[in-house]
Design a protein around this ligand. Sequence first.
Ligand SMILES: NC(=O)c1ccc[n+]([C@@H]2O[C@H](COP(=O)([O-])OP(=O)(O)OC[C@H]3O[C@@H](n4cnc5c(N)ncnc54)[C@H](OP(=O)(O)O)[C@@H]3O)[C@@H](O)[C@H]2O)c1
Length: 191
Amino acid sequence: MATIYCTATSLDGFIADDAESLSWLFNTPGHADDPGGRHGDGDSLGFDRFFEGVGAIVLGASTYAWLERELTQDGAEFTWPYSHPTWLMTHRDITPIDGVTRASGDVTELHPQLVEAAGDKGVWVMGGGDLAGQFADAGLLDTVWVHQVPVTLGAGKPLLPRRLRLRREALERDGQFTAMRFAVVGPEPRG
Ligand SMILES: NC(=O)c1ccc[n+]([C@@H]2O[C@H](COP(=O)([O-])OP(=O)(O)OC[C@H]3O[C@@H](n4cnc5c(N)ncnc54)[C@H](OP(=O)(O)O)[C@@H]3O)[C@@H](O)[C@H]2O)c1
């Protein structure tokens, strides 16, 4: 099944701002709170729809650290919020919490495990952008599914720091978000 990079992004292509904050994302009204409602080509691209198709998760160390900070800021114990088999890519000497397996190195070697764990569902590359790029470099990234936020950040963590040609397959207005699903075509030549 598909390997999908799904994330929210600013209009200028950042998934986190230069302080690693997502306040700009959480301040954006979705279809339930915005008079713009939900309109598109009929293929619902909401996050819930995406999540139904997820069977396994892979994420980078900074995204993991952000989740830990976010979920423990009120003093709560850090528990993994997803039931799916999850792999954390890191060189850091950390022991991930239950439900998360540590891995490092070439994503090509890990990919078969992710696909097997996902069963008849997809592999969610949660981020960050370079990790998605590593899968793209290996020709293993099938889909980019973004919720674009009408904000510019000027700097931060890049969405997908590679030269890639994508083909837009679906587009939907979801409140103030523009949800788009793209197939990954391959490297975009220069010149
Ligand atoms: N907007 C959204 O929906 C969204 C989605 C995802 C993330 N984010 C945000 O984006 C920020 C993090 O993004 P990021 O670009 O910094 O990326 P990241 O992928 O979360 O973390 C990058 C780090 O992961 C480790 N890593 C990546 N590939 C590896 C590999 N093949 N082997 C071993 N370790 C590997 C490396 O850390 P070490 O070498 O130090 O281990 C690398 O520096 C966070 O603030 C997060 O909240 C936002």
